[in-house]
Design a protein around this ligand. Structure first.
Ligand code: C2E
Ligand code: MG
Ligand code: MG
Length: 713
């Protein structure tokens, strides 16, 4: 838990260095002057505890000169361990139990309650001051510890009185332990645990009840406390020969070391190593717990997703090292713009998430988002260079935009993409503008399932040479056979997949299924290259090359039988990552085709630079060819451009014979469209391909043959 839990400080003290986020002090604690559970817990601990401490110190100091050597050794070890407590990590919080407790209890058994209470109070005071705990916490922690220890001492005292033994003191320490002593010791441990747990549960965080805190991780605290206290009698035995005492250091040190390593691992699992911020896992867990809290308290929770707009360029042009440095500074800048109880996490890449402490209303959340964005617009100085960044932030607020973690995160994501697309910087989720609203979200939820269940199938649409009528390839077009909704077209789910992390598995699936089909055709004597559509996301990811190479190998196919179609958007960004992926694919022998050409804003420089073999003229120009002379000019220019750059030109969306003939006249190389064939499932596509050679080159006949087989699109 990274909210500042009062409790975290009572049982444990933490190393300040490695838990920066836990050391943030929370908002003001509830008033100590108005009656509340918090105030009662505080006053009882402080007043009762400090009274006890005062008395203990007064009793102990005069007797100190008579203390034996064992006392000083134990006291020394107690202090040593007080300043290096064992923290045994658990879940998301950093509570634990201090090894110094083993020595405190040893002092209690050997020298009675007063030296024990005096010692642990002094040690706690010093360590709290060193760690700069807020002033209200210091007396509370000392007091509640003294009371807990005092109650264990009471159990011991009652036993000694009942059995008519003198209670040990500094002057007259305990002579020896008997097996029967284990009874009151165990009773004392239990008392200590329950008093301690009760006192800090009284100071439960706002929004948590006494029971929440009392039973939170109950078993864990119970066993760690008992385990540490069980060492106390061993200290008592060893104290008979103080020279042996330092030997206890070794095993205790080993325990401490192991515990701190495991805690470090836990920390790593929940934090981003580059920025030190919490990671996705941690912030989602925190979001879940804040939603619970908000449900109980009827407050709101605001969640923001922030994405840097041009960060990729920095990484691509200056390398990851500079990019990483910059991200670390960005992280600080974001944190600096927030209040201490807000949480920032790095989700990966240049994406951050912010969880805001309860805000007044949605407007307040948007205001904070603007403030963060504003903070990032100031130039950054990193490694002697000046950077200007922009960020897009999407905001979603519980309860208006969603009730649970998933919808809240997704809606913040939707808002963020909107902010990016519209270049507005900050957007709050608005259902009307959500192309992912309810039914779409349900669809997205089903997509993962669909991938595993084989509901996604590939259809094939032939591309035919305009001069010879030969098939030059087929395009793989994915369809979703939805169990309830029937056939769902890619336009409906591909954009969602692109925003959801499902793009990579989807592309992998389509590549695999298409190549499996090509291999079957090949065995049957049909050598047909397949063109698979890949999205921008695929090209930015690093594994496309690996996926392609291994699929080709798996199906034992030459790379020349695979083409990748990319949208023109790749040409609007000069991305080193895209360039290197495409170059590597080309070296492998896989050609790239530029899809929907004419609809985007291509950079001619990039068109020349990137290894692209084919341009597909967007169907919006092609379909109007017969009606609009302007489009004839455009198509002719694109064909010339392609040929000038050594590429082939393919027209998509050829729906009529006139268009087919016009394209022939313009020198276009190949055509694809309903006039030739609609996309066909694998069986129909196989039949279509088989029939073709005998019917060449009369495409009119082909068209007649294909019509009956129309399946989709
Ligand atoms: P695209 O790559 O431009 O694919 C061509 C689209 O035009 C297909 O739509 C096809 O059915 C349609 N089409 C073909 N001939 C004609 C015609 O004569 N007239 C008209 N009006 N339309 C025609 P579809 O299958 O709905 O696919 C839409 C888009 O979805 C594709 O556009 C492509 O960008 C994307 N897509 C399809 N499958 C995949 C895939 O596996 N991965 C990715 N990343 N995108 C895919
Ligand atoms: Mg395509
Ligand atoms: Mg296209």
């Amino acid at each position: 838990m990274i909210t500042d839990r009062y409790r975290a400080d009572t049982l444990t003290t933490m190393d300040d260095s490695d838990m920066a986020t836990d050391e943030r002090e929370g908002p003001d604690h509830p008033s100590l002057l108005r009656p509340s559970m918090f105030a009662v817990g505080w006053w009882v601990s402080v007043a009762g505890g400090l009274l006890l401490v005062g008395y203990a110190v007064a009793q102990t100091i005069p007797a100190l000169p008579e203390a034996d050597a064992a006392f000083w050794v134990i006291a020394g070890l107690l202090l040593l361990f007080e300043f290096s407590p064992v923290i045994i990590g658990s879940g998301y919080d950093s509570q634990g139990v201090a090894t110094s407790d083993a020595f405190t209890f040893a002092v209690l058994y050997l020298y009675g309650p007063w030296p024990a209470i005096a010692l642990i109070s002094c040690a706690t005071l010093v360590s709290e001051l060193v760690k700069r705990k807020p002033p209200w916490k210091v007396p509370y922690n000392i007091g509640q510890f003294a009371l807990s220890l005092g109650s264990a001492a009471l159990v011991m005292g009652l036993w000694f009185r009942a059995t008519d033994q003198p209670t040990p003191t500094l002057v007259e320490p305990l002579a020896a332990l008997q097996p029967v002593d284990l009874t009151w010791m165990v009773a004392g441990w239990l008392t200590f645990f329950f008093v301690n747990n009760t006192l800090f549960s009284l100071l439960a965080d706002p929004g948590r009840t006494f029971a929440d805190d009392f039973f939170d991780d109950f078993a864990y605290y119970f066993f760690t406390t008992i385990a540490v206290l069980a060492v106390a009698p061993i200290v008592v035995f060893v104290s008979a020969e103080p020279a042996f005492m330092p030997l206890l250091l070794l095993p205790l040190y080993a325990v401490r070391k192991t515990a701190s390593i495991s805690r470090e691992k836990e920390h790593q699992a929940l934090h981003d190593s580059l920025t030190g911020l919490p990671n996705r896992k941690m912030i989602l867990a925190e979001l879940a717990s804040r939603l619970d809290e908000a449900r109980r308290l009827d407050t709101n929770v605001a969640f923001c997703l922030l994405d840097l707009d041009r960060f990729k360029e920095v990484n691509d042009t200056l390398g990851h090292q500079v990019g990483d440095r910059l991200l670390a500074v960005v992280a600080q800048r974001i944190e600096g713009a927030l209040r201490p109880n807000d949480i920032v996490a790095r989700l990966g890449g240049d994406e951050f998430a912010i969880l805001l402490d309860p805000v007044r209303n949605s407007d307040a959340a948007v205001e904070v988002a603007h403030r963060v964005r504003q903070a990032l617009t100031r130039p950054f100085h990193v490694e002697g260079m000046l950077f200007e960044l922009e960020a897009s932030v999407g905001v979603a607020v519980y309860p208006v935009h969603g009730q649970d973690v998933d919808p809240i995160v997704r809606r913040a994501d939707v808002a963020m993409y909107l902010a990016k697309e519209e270049r507005t910087g900050v957007e709050i989720y608005v259902a009307d503008r959500d192309r992912n609203s309810a039914s779409r979200l349900a669809l997205l939820g089903g997509l993962r399932h669909a991938l595993q269940n084989g509901e996604l199938r590939v259809h094939y649409q032939p591309k035919v040479s305009l001069s010879s009528g030969n098939v030059v390839g087929v395009e793989a077009l994915v369809r979703w056979h939805h169990p309830q909704r029937g056939l769902v077209m890619p336009d409906e789910f591909i954009p969602m997949a692109e925003h959801s992390g499902l793009m990579a598995p989807l592309t992998e699936h389509v590549i695999d299924e298409s190549l499996a089909q090509v291999a079957r055709w090949r065995t049957a004597g049909l050598e047909v290259p397949v063109a698979v559509n890949v999205s921008m996301r695929d090209l930015n990811g690093r594994d496309l090359l690996g996926v392609v190479a291994s699929a080709l190998e798996r199906h034992d196919l030459p790379a020349s039988l695979l083409v990748l179609e990319l949208t023109e958007r790749v040409l609007t960004r000069n991305s080193a990552e895209v360039t290197s992926t495409l170059n590597a694919l080309r070296r492998l022998g896989v050609a790239a085709s530029l899809d929907d050409f004419g609809t985007g804003y291509s950079s001619m420089v990039l068109l020349k630079k990137l290894p692209i073999a084919e341009i597909k003229i967007d169907r919006s120009f092609v379909s109007r060819l017969t009606a609009d002379p302007g489009d004839v000019t455009i198509v002719r220019s694109i064909v010339d451009l392609a040929h000038g750059l050594g590429m082939t030109a393919v027209a998509e969306g050829v729906e009529s014979e006139q268009v087919w003939e016009l394209l022939q006249g313009l020198g276009c190389d190949a055509a694809q469209g309903w006039y030739i064939s609609r996309p066909l499932d694998s069986d129909k596509a196989t039949a279509w391909l088989r029939r073709l050679p005998s019917q060449q080159p009369a495409l009119r006949v082909l068209r007649g043959g294909a019509e009956g087989a129309d399946s989709t699109g």
